[in-house]
Design a protein around this ligand. Sequence first.
Ligand code: FES
Length: 359
Amino acid sequence: MADRPNPRVTVREIVRETTDACSVVLEPPAGADFDYQPGQFLTLRLPTASGQVGRCYSLCSSPHVDDELRIAVKRVRDGAASNWINDALEVGAQIECLPPSGVFTPKSLDDDLLLFAGGSGITPIISITRTALQQGTGRIVLFYANRDESSVIFAQELSELAAEYADRLVVVHWLESVQGLPTQDQLLSFASYFSSYTAFVCGPAPYMKAVTDSLKELGFPRERRHQEKFVSLGGNPFGDVEEMQAAAKTLADADDHEDDDEQPIAGPIAVEVELDGEQFSFDDWQGDKVLLEFLEEKGVDAPFSCREGNCSACACVVLEGDVTLKHNEVLDADDLADGIRLVCQSMPASEKLKITYNG
Ligand code: FES
């Protein structure tokens, strides 16, 4: 593989949080832009016993409170990366790392927030909590589900925050060992008291589905309902870009996707892009490559992580025209109806396209 230089974070501290989870304090790379929003994640390249693997881990640190980056990692049964981090990672190690990305972040820190976390799903949720408490003005209700008391990550920190911000923060712990798994009826009943809040959900897939279904039933509008999904990265987002693009193409071509019968529109396509306050206009996307590759060729610093349709780091909102997605593991029907698309998987479906990353 042709390596290209990537930023490297340095491991400054490893803290045992529970018997099967640790948090890792990381020093950002000198000179690289590692600014982030609460709820975003890092993509790390880890030299595990099974070889180099790419994994996304949410930041639990707060960009407004902490100087250093911090992630928390819970063991996954047979998980090469999570077990390597918990067993073999050492202070001083330097790890390749892509800049922070992700869209699981509040638009306003002043909103009233209804936060649902399950297990290690607390990681982005505590980043949002600490940041909103420090920078915002709203009330925060956190429903945190775990297997038992010993598996509660950040128990002490949450207890201290609830005491310090007693007028704004309520933390409700739900332990499966005591109460069983929360049912959809119970989640719905709980959420019904906070139907004007903005909801964020992160945890195991069945838990997220139960919470999201409850929120839908309660009529939470799409813009006040957010969930974080991670799918293991099948490829290596750190290798040579052309190699990654070829791998992503192979994966997309092999995918049995409902869009397979759709023929992408032939170029040239006119493309307008809003990104970080800048506007870009092009008139020569030929439809022979995905939009992310086209934008990269044009020198646009478009966000990405997996390049496989697995992580949503490249998500944009279509304002005019449309694209088809070659592969999609993260966006649900609501996301698609809202015009959200994955730029790393986008092929043209209209002669004119306007997208924004600021949605
Ligand atoms: S970069 Fe991960 S979905 Fe596009």
